[in-house]
Design a protein around this ligand. Structure first.
Ligand SMILES: [Zn+2]
Length: 297
């Protein structure tokens, strides 16, 4: 008998009777529980095995000892990180901006800091070589030599080997990220331009060494030039004046004409000319000035 308030259940979905749906759900539930229980049991067994291996493995114990000695000396290295930024006020300056040179200048200005930071990251890599030798000594001397009565030897060896390599300290790869950026924004802020160079650890090391070498060359050159200038003694001046008969070697003017005579480096000191008689000549002031205009450098 059908009434609006008491529709029999099978009329809603006659294909699955209520009791078989419950049964199916129960089965799924039980299956899930069984799978979980098996997984958990497997996990516990695996953990127990690892515990047994860890407790009895000579290699793992030695490695643990080595690691606790070494951990502070082989820290995981954080990158050397710094960002420089410069703004220019014209597009032309932006276009010809020499980013690599600016980077060199920036790095050289904080030279000592960078050298320390680099050393702090290189020291662990040097120490790691020692660590690696000790690690290999254990690997070849002890790994695979232990066993446990409750584990098959192959199983024991497999677990031990896996754990042994998993526990090796990571190589402290030195890293750096040094960035120099140049920006230009047009007057009304309509256009913005930016470009940058980035140095990694190797580039930082190389760039710093190159900048130091270039600075050393410059200061050597400056010192040599200073020395050449200091060799210009009054005795030498007189020698050259006498040799040139107190006359300008270019126009022949003499002190008698009221001309001031100079001793001139034929090849300028700034062009690596030496202070020796062969490279010296007497010139009047105007010839000397005319000459120095030709030598711009
Ligand atoms: Zn002259």
């Amino acid at each position: 008998m059908r009434t609006l308030g008491h529709l029999p259940y099978y009329e809603v979905d006659p294909a699955i009777p209520a009791d078989s749906l419950t049964t199916a759900l129960t089965l799924v539930f039980v299956a899930v529980i069984i799978v979980l229980a098996v997984a958990l049991a497997w996990l516990l067994v695996a953990l127990k095995r690892r515990q047994l291996v860890r407790g009895s493995s000579d290699a793992l114990n030695r490695l643990e000892e080595l690691n606790s000695r070494s951990r502070s000396l082989v820290p995981s290295a954080n990158p050397i990180s710094h960002a420089y930024s410069v703004s220019v006020n014209t597009k032309a300056k932006f276009d010809r901006f020499d980013l690599p040179s600016r980077m060199s200048v920036n790095v050289l200005e904080s030279e000592l800091w960078y050298l320390q930071e680099i050393e702090m990251r290189l020291a662990p890599t040097r120490f790691f070589r020692t660590y690696n030798l000790d690690f290999e000594a254990i690997e070849f001397g002890s790994l695979g030599r232990s066993s446990h009565p409750r584990l098959r030897d192959e199983k024991y060896a497999a677990i031990e080997k896996k754990d042994f390599h998993r526990r090796k300290l990571a190589y402290p790869t030195p890293t750096a990220r040094i960035i120099t950026t140049v920006r230009y924004t047009s007057p009304k802020g309509q256009n913005s331009y930016s470009k940058h160079v980035e140095w990694n650890f190797e580039q930082l090391q190389h760039g710093l060494h190159a900048a130091q070498a270039s600075r050393a060359r410059q200061s050597t050159t400056a010192a040599l030039r200073q020395r050449e200038r200091s060799l210009m003694t009054s005795g030498l001046r007189v020698t050259i004046l006498k040799r040139d008969d107190y006359r300008c070697r270019m126009c022949g003017a003499s002190a008698a004409d009221g001309t001031v005579l100079h001793i001139d480096h034929i090849t300028p000191v700034s062009h690596d000319g030496l202070t020796v008689p062969e490279n010296l000549q007497t010139l009047c002031q105007s010839c000397n000035l005319g000459k120095s205009n030709r030598f711009v450098g």
